[in-house]
Design a protein around this ligand. Structure first.
Ligand code: AHN
Ligand code: ZN
Length: 336
């Protein structure tokens, strides 16, 4: 047998094997699935095209900068979309003071599945976009708002797709999807730094972590997605995630390896990122990890187009959405 022939036979038999598997699975009733003991878990197919369309829908409003019409319209879009999929959706409205004293009107949007289940996990991303392209190579753009296709919308797009799947097929766990607002209004490079500058980021999660959407809200753990849509993204094991929730990081990275995504999920310690998960870990007792593209070798610490006008839909890659989406979906459905 030639090498080419044996390779195509191998591909064919793997294909046949998988198609039988899927056919068998599709025929099983949910009662039958429950009766299966051991490790067999049915996971609905994450669709990266669908996730991409949810990213595009957000960027189509224009920059989702707090206190603007586009921000308001996008909030309505997200609520309506999630109301179509989730058991309950609530909007937590609040105000926070920005670095420059501006009072920002924020909305954290919380969609719940199996709301009565006490065993819960939460998944989150931020839905606002940054008012300043303060890392743009052209200084003339530093005060221009960004689309935040990757920085914000990518994580939200994956989570809306997951919401669509959770409606089609219930997970064992209760799941809350929490879309945080006011994450990206932190002190810009062109403004003076103060002792308080670190606290000017992640205002929506800071608020929620001290004022959960209902008293004593609890979850076994949380996963934050941030900048999960760039081409050839890599996700290192971020420092605060490893500090507060090392086992969750290891489990998620292991699931990624099992699914064949070790090129995205690197088994390397990353640097620290002051993201939503930092305040959640500090203020609430829920161990929370951040799946985020960060790179200490980049001048900015993040991906190439971070906080520039090029953080737009053109630079979103479906392969990356697919990798992160499949991993998170697998994690959610295997949890019991
Ligand atoms: C800081 O750079 C201090 N925090 C990054 C958090 C962030 C910004 N996530 C998205 N945009
Ligand atoms: Zn940002």
């Amino acid at each position: 047998m030639t090498k080419k022939y044996s390779l195509s036979m191998l591909i064919l038999s793997v294909f046949l094997l998988f198609s039988c598997e899927n056919g068998k699975k599709a025929q099983k009733t949910s009662a039958e699935l429950k009766s299966i003991s051991g490790n067999e878990i049915s996971v609905p197919p994450f669709n990266a095209d669908s996730a991409f369309s949810f990213v595009a829908a957000q960027t189509a409003f224009g920059p989702r900068v707090p206190n603007t019409a586009a921000h308001q319209k996008c909030a309505l879009y997200l609520q309506n979309k999630l109301r179509g999929y989730a058991d309950t959706v609530m909007v937590q409205e609040f105000q926070m003071r920005a670095f420059d004293g501006t009072i920002l009107n924020g909305k954290n949007i919380i969609a719940s599945f199996n709301p009565k289940n006490e065993k819960r996990i939460f998944l989150s991303a931020h839905w606002d976009s940054r008012p300043f392209a303060d890392h743009d190579p052209d200084a003339a753009n530093h005060k221009t708002p960004i689309d935040g296709a990757n920085d914000g919308a990518s994580g939200v797009g994956i989570l809306i797709e997951l919401a669509r799947l959770l409606q089609i097929q219930k997970a064992e766990m209760g799941v809350d999807i929490i879309l945080f607002d006011l994450e990206d209004y932190g002190t810009p490079e062109f403004a003076p730094r103060t002792a308080n500058s670190e606290n000017t980021w992640a205002l929506g999660s800071q608020y929620w972590s001290l004022n959960p959407h209902y008293p004593n809200y609890n979850a076994q753990y949380g996963i934050l997605l941030d900048m999960v849509g760039a081409k050839n993204a890599v996700f290192r094991m971020e420092y605060f995630s490893m500090l507060y929730a090392p086992q969750i990081v290891k489990d998620v990275w292991k699931t990624a390896a099992t699914l064949g995504f070790s090129d995205y999920f690197l088994l390397e310690n990353g640097s620290s990122v002051l993201d939503d998960h930092y305040f959640i870990n500090r203020n609430s007792q829920i161990p929370t990890i951040d799946i985020i593209q960060h790179d200490s070798k980049m001048a900015s610490g993040f991906y190439e187009h971070w906080h520039t006008l090029n953080d737009n839909l053109q630079n979103i890659d479906k392969e990356t959405l697919n990798a992160v989406g499949l991993v998170v979906t697998q994690v959610v459905y295997q949890e019991r």
